[in-house]
Design a protein around this ligand. Structure first.
Ligand code: UD1
Length: 423
């Protein structure tokens, strides 16, 4: 098992290029399976979750090729509509393949995603929408068996919550549906807009992506498309949190300022200073972070749940008390006991509110990543901590951050990846 070893206290300085968005590329890879054509995707990050999605594509008969950050998918020869449990488990968000398989084959068989590290992640909204579009769904032995006896039909679907995954699954299923689908209370995340742009390039008609009401239609005919995946706004906030914890000045190249609009004011309140170029953001921080009185996670354009743990690492050494309320996932404070091992003073109330009393400094400790963003938060906190921190279970971090240690080492951090002693 690999781990990160970090000797904190080194100021960060330099310029790095932001990776492509994990949460964007995964549904786009699923969409590529449904086109029956060749899709060329640029800016695909090298991540274990992307590898897992490509394994699923190959399992169902697609040809895939990676050339650096470009991935080419030929789905003309795809034939399989069943994804085995072993592949479903490799990537927790593989449920987005359901809509794509239904669009392509009119049937799909996948295992129901179980509990995961940040909460139960129910898929009731996904299944309800797919049923409304004409899918019969039965569950046997942990498998969801889905069939569309009369094909998929466009419907007016109202989501009770703007779920990102459910919105994506509806968009993907719409690729194979007759008539127009209208989603009310659709998710508005930048990744939804990116998926819509790929689908439009492939032949779909979509309006309202990024707004609450989205209209989607197509004629079932697709053509080859080339697309560049948007930059990863959550990795951008990881770099911002690194600067805030360790101090320093980082230029984040190929960043999209608009996607970070919910995050930048919060880091400004914490004392970071920003300057902007046409596609780059420079963040500068020195001294102790300032407290943020109250922060709550919200669907976009609110503060992202994926950046909550990262910001908590900053608040841990702020000059006062910050209250952080997690409104999206019920189990997203698993980094808290680990931050406490590093000297943080945090108490969790009612499962979803963390009261963070800023301490003067954190100290190194042996900690364990419990999920992707929580794990990144521990590493980021360690960059500013006194002494040596060992972060274990870093496979979580590798799911979403490309070359985590190399990026921060390049910026001046004392960080390296090592095997556990004796391995
Ligand atoms: C996606 C992102 C994840 C991010 C989240 C919220 C990917 C691969 N993952 O996850 O990084 O943290 O959006 O921005 O893009 N819910 C239901 N029923 C459903 C679906 C969701 O109750 O059928 C609930 C979830 O349990 C959760 C909330 O809705 O409490 C948000 O989930 P959702 O927006 O669907 O997140 P994901 O698509 O799973």
């Amino acid at each position: 098992m690999e781990r990160l070893i970090i000797n904190g206290g080194k100021r960060l300085d330099g310029s790095v290029e932001l990776q492509g968005s994990k949460n964007s590329v995964l549904p786009i890879l699923a969409a590529a399976a449904a086109t029956g054509t060749v899709s060329v995707l640029h800016n695909c990050p090298g991540l274990s979750d992307v590898d897992a999605a490509m394994k699923i594509l190959r399992h169902i008969g697609c040809k895939t090729e990676r050339q650096g950050h470009t991935v080419i998918i030929d789905s003309s020869c795809a034939y399989g509509s069943e994804i085995p449990d072993s592949l479903m488990r490799e990537m927790r968000s593989s449920i987005i393949f359901l809509g794509a398989l239904l669009a392509r084959f009119g049937k799909a068989s996948v295992t129901a995603p179980g509990g995961c590290e940040i909460g139960l992640r129910p898929i009731d909204l996904h299944l309800s929408a797919l049923r409304q579009m004409g899918t019969d769904i039965s569950e046997t032995g942990g498998f969801l068996n889905c069939n569309c006896p009369n094909g998929l039909s466009g419907r007016h679907i109202t989501l009770s919550f703007p779920s990102v995954g459910a919105t994506e699954n509806i968009m993907l299923a719409s690729m194979g549906a007759k008539g127009e689908t209208v989603i009310t209370n659709a998710a508005r995340e930048p990744e939804i807009v990116d998926l819509a742009e790929f689908l439009i390039k492939s032949g779909m008609k979509i309006s309202g992506a990024g707004q609450s009401v989205m209209r989607i239609s197509g004629n079932g005919r697709f053509h080859s498309a080339e697309h560049t995946v948007i930059p990863d706004r959550i990795v951008a906030s990881t770099l911002m949190a690194g600067a805030a914890c360790a101090g320093g000045k980082i230029c984040i190249r190929k960043a999209e300022k608009e996607h970070l609009a919910p995050v930048i004011p919060v880091f400004e309140t914490a004392g970071c200073r920003f300057s902007f170029g046409s596609d780059e953001i420079t963040v500068e921080a020195c001294g102790r972070p300032k407290r943020v009185r109250y922060l709550r996670t919200m669907p976009y354009p609110g503060f992202p749940t994926d950046s909550q743990a990262l910001f908590m690492a900053v608040a841990a050494t702020a000059d006062g008390t910050s209250v952080i309320s997690e409104k999206i996932f019920e189990n997203r404070f698993r980094h808290v006991p680990e931050l406490i091992k590093m000297g943080a003073d945090i108490r969790v109330e009612d499962c979803c509110v963390a009261v963070v009393e800023g301490v003067k400094a954190l100290h190194g400790a042996k900690v364990s990543a419990c999920d992707l963003r929580g794990g990144s938060a521990l590493a980021v906190a360690a960059l500013g901590a006194q002494g040596k921190t060992v972060v274990e279970n870093i496979f979580h971090i590798d799911r979403g951050c490309e070359n985590f240690e190399n990026v921060f080492a390049y910026l001046g951090a004392d960080i390296k990846r090592a095997q556990r002693a004796g391995e």
